[in-house]
Ligand binder design. Structure first.
Ligand code: MSP
Length: 524
């Protein structure tokens, strides 16, 4: 049986159009999903939207429509965005899907029956216009942090989840399984900030929020945010329904990828819920860093304030999904915060995609065309020291790429892939095929050189395909390979069929005039 790989993004709030920030997580997961498919695994990639709660109601009211109408338009836009970015998800879950609502009700009732949920009183500072509760520390100058208006202290009946009982079991989890929460630095944050000071029980229902899933046995209450959202990872697989085939096949998740601000919910609340239900825990939770924009988290509200165009809906048609995907994976060290800027994006486009990868492919293809009529040269294995050095280099980087992907480090993986392209370009400069072509009897050597370059391009392109699926698929097709096949003899340097003519390739990443592009983007 094939190995399985189940990967998830957070389910995003559709209280606004999704941003480059949300796209980041979705792209990163897509790279991991695609790479694991290329490895031959049976991959299930889940994404979706978190559609209940006050914010959605408010956004709908502001747009002058009901929640459902509002949500349908945002979800259509979200799916368009994922199509634009070449996201290959297997399932899109909406928490307003009927099967999810039913399963969440069941989960809530089961936790209640098992004694993990009890009725109590929720106390907090209430902002009437925003219909939101705030804790003392969230208030800004004693006022609502969202609208700046007066708040009043209020109490309401609510259900609570006994999170306080799980501290020791969570500590044991982090100790026994050092891969559970990644990067490892996040473990200390959880232990020091939340577990050591003592976990409080979590409020899991509201009577003041109407747009939500009603508690089955007490319908005045709606199930509040996290206990509705987190179970999406299992309800999407059919948990709590009549058909649990997918759940039996794919659970536990191989990795939940999330932004660092919601690690607490995924590394404390979610495992506690699963422990209470007696369900196996996910294998890994990865809390990546933030894309910073001029030093700020690119949150939805900030987007409007920024001067540079960062809307993927604008950037993709101009520069390709491949370029955005590559840039985000390469520029933000996976696991840490990183800066996005238009200039850095355009610079990487030229330096890495156009000059390095694009140029390697185009000059190799033109030399094959010029010297061998575009036909893949037949030749025996070469013992030339330059060739052996290049092959050893490539083999070592292939190994590195696989290891980095296994440890989820997509930035290091893509750097290793580009090391291959850089090394191949350096090799061209060194062996100077154009000079070899002029030597008498140089044909055999020329064949070896170009054949090796084509094989190295094949290997690098196969590896790069998960990051930049479009341009790479064109290259693989031009090499007479099936872009949809899994890795086949990746480390072999005799994979291409000799005697076959290469397909035509246009320019993959046309060089940009950075200044002109910056001006164009600023004017949009
Ligand atoms: N609905 C919750 C998640 C529930 S998961 C069971 C939520 N939604 S959200 O719309 O606010 O999305 C937050 C996620 O979007 C982050 O965790 C991260 O994955 C992604 N990002 C949003 N802005 C981002 C950056 N500026 N940088 C990196 N990731 C960003 O929280």
């Amino acid at each position: 049986m094939k190995d399985k790989f189940y990967i998830t993004t957070p389910i995003y709030y559709p209280s606004n159009k999704l941003t480059l920030g949300n796209s980041y997580t979705t792209i990163v997961c897509d790279v991991l999903a695609r790479f694991n498919r290329k490895l031959g695994k049976d991959v299930f990639y889940l994404t979706g939207t978190d559609e209940h709660g006050q914010k959605v109601s408010q956004a709908a009211a502001k747009a002058g429509v009901d929640e459902k109408t509002y949500l349908d338009s945002i979800i259509a836009d979200t799916k368009d965005l994922w199509a634009l970015l070449d996201i290959s998800y297997n399932k899109f879950i909406r928490t307003t899907d009927e099967y999810h609502e039913k399963a969440v009700q069941k989960i809530f009732t089961e936790l209640y029956k098992k004694g993990y949920i009890y009725k109590g009183t929720y106390k907090g500072w209430y902002c009437t216009p925003c219909e939101s509760f705030w804790t003392e520390s969230q208030l800004i100058d004693g006022k609502c942090p969202d609208c700046g208006r007066e708040v009043k202290f209020q109490e309401e009946e609510a259900y609570f989840f006994k999170l306080s009982e799980f501290g020791d079991r969570l500590l044991k989890l982090y100790n026994d399984n050092t891969e559970f929460l990644l990067p490892k630095s996040r473990v200390n944050e959880m232990v020091n900030n939340f577990i050591k000071p003592g976990l409080s029980d979590l409020c899991v229902s509201r009577t003041s929020v109407k747009w939500g899933v009603p508690v089955e046995f007490d319908p005045n209450h709606t199930i509040y945010v996290w206990i509705d959202a987190l179970p999406n990872y299992i309800t999407a697989l059919g948990y709590g329904s009549n058909d649990t085939t997918l759940f039996d096949k794919y659970w536990p998740a191989d990795v939940h990828v999330i932004g660092k601000e919601i690690v607490r919910f995924h590394a404390i609340v979610w495992p506690a819920i699963l422990m209470a239900l007696g369900i196996e825990l996910p294998k890994r939770v990865f809390g990546h860093g933030w894309i910073l924009f001029g030093g700020d988290k690119l949150s939805k509200s900030k987007t409007a304030l920024t001067k540079e165009c960062i809307d993927p809906r604008v950037l993709v048609p101009l520069y390709s999904a491949d370029a955005i995907r590559y840039m985000l994976c390469r520029e933000i060290p996976f696991g840490s915060d990183g800066n996005y800027s238009t200039e850095a994006f355009l610079t990487r486009f030229n330096a890495d995609l156009s000059n390095n990868f694009g140029n390697l492919v185009s000059r190799t293809f033109s030399m094959v065309k010029k010297y061998f009529d575009g036909v893949v040269p037949e030749c025996a294995d070469s013992e030339d020291p330059d060739d052996i050095a290049l092959k050893d280099f490539v083999k070592a980087e292939v190994k590195n790429v696989k290891e980095h992907i296994a440890s989820l480090d997509i930035t290091k993986a893509v750097i290793s892939i580009f090391n291959i392209f850089t090394e191949a370009n350096t090799y061209i400069q060194k062996v100077q095929p154009w000079a070899v072509a002029k030597l008498e009897g140089g044909e055999t050597r020329l064949k070896q050189i170009l054949r090796l370059l084509l094989e190295v391009i094949r290997i690098g392109t196969e590896l790069f395909q998960s990051f930049a699926p479009n341009a790479t698929s064109k290259v693989l097709t031009a090499l007479n390979l099936d872009p949809n096949s899994t890795f086949d003899d990746l480390e072999s340097f005799h994979q291409l069929e000799a005697g076959k003519k290469l397909g035509e390739l246009g320019i993959l990443f046309p060089r940009l005039d950075i200044k002109a592009e910056m001006e164009k983007l600023a004017s949009l």
